[in-house]
Ligand binder design. Structure first.
Ligand code: HEC
Length: 190
């Protein structure tokens, strides 16, 4: 877990430099485990839905999964766990997913820490305090399948539908192993 510690420490330094009041987190906090479990579930459910849609109708049909099913899974997991679960990124397809300032700080640190696609899974946890909620973020690497809709050579039919549905789309041009974004979990303030 030393990478988690190192990353957490470096991010905390960054946040303190910004005048924020983050209590140093330790990997043993029950919520960091909860965050990890929620995100694992989110990723698994999304992968199944996306895989099935791709197999059935190809990427054009699968866009619906990303647009409708992904937010549904996030809402359901949020309700079940009493937390806010979402996907975010520094370069978003849907402006509603744009990173909040704390998420952007951590995502930038992930990008600096990411060496290649075989590097460690990057995650972050801060325990929070009276003024700030506990937060967990886990980087999502770009896999081969993601390139169908987030890569540099998107097929014309997919690109046309994305143009129509997402006029502010900035989530193209990714390469294998790039950090596409992150799963995010925030707890209510204490
Ligand atoms: C079939 C096309 C398609 C595929 C394949 C796909 N995505 Fe997306 N992705 C989308 C669409 C559409 C959205 C916008 C969803 C929304 O409206 O919230 C999106 C949004 C996202 C977001 C939220 C941030 C943003 O840009 O709005 C992340 C993170 C993300 N995708 C990661 C991935 C990863 C990682 C993979 C591969 C495992 C992947 N996507 C595969 C179409 C796709």
């Amino acid at each position: 877990m030393s990478w988690l510690h190192t990353l957490t420490t470096s991010i905390l330094t960054l946040m303190c430099a910004m005048g924020s009041d983050v209590v140093p987190a330790h990997a043993g906090d029950a919520r960091s485990e909860q965050g990890r479990a929620i995100v694992k579930e989110f990723g698994a459910q999304l992968q199944v839905a996306l895989g099935a849609a791709l197999e059935e109708g190809g990427p054009v049909a699968a866009i619906r999964v990303c647009k409708e099913i992904a937010p549904q899974i996030a809402s359901e997991l949020s309700r079940q766990n009493g937390v806010k679960v979402e996907r975010t990124s520094l370069r978003v397809r849907n402006p509603a997913n744009l990173a909040e300032p704390w998420q952007a700080v951590v995502l930038n640190a992930f990008e600096q820490a990411a060496g290649d696609d075989t590097g460690p899974v990057l995650e972050y946890f801060a325990a929070g305090d009276a003024t700030q909620p506990a937060r967990y973020l886990k980087a999502i690497p770009t896999g081969a399948m993601c390139l169908l809709c987030h890569g540099t050579a998107i097929s014309l039919d997919v690109a046309e539908l994305l143009d129509r549905e997402y006029p502010f789309d900035r989530a193209r041009g990714y390469e294998l192993g790039d950090i596409r974004g992150a799963f995010s979990v925030s707890w209510p303030k204490k």
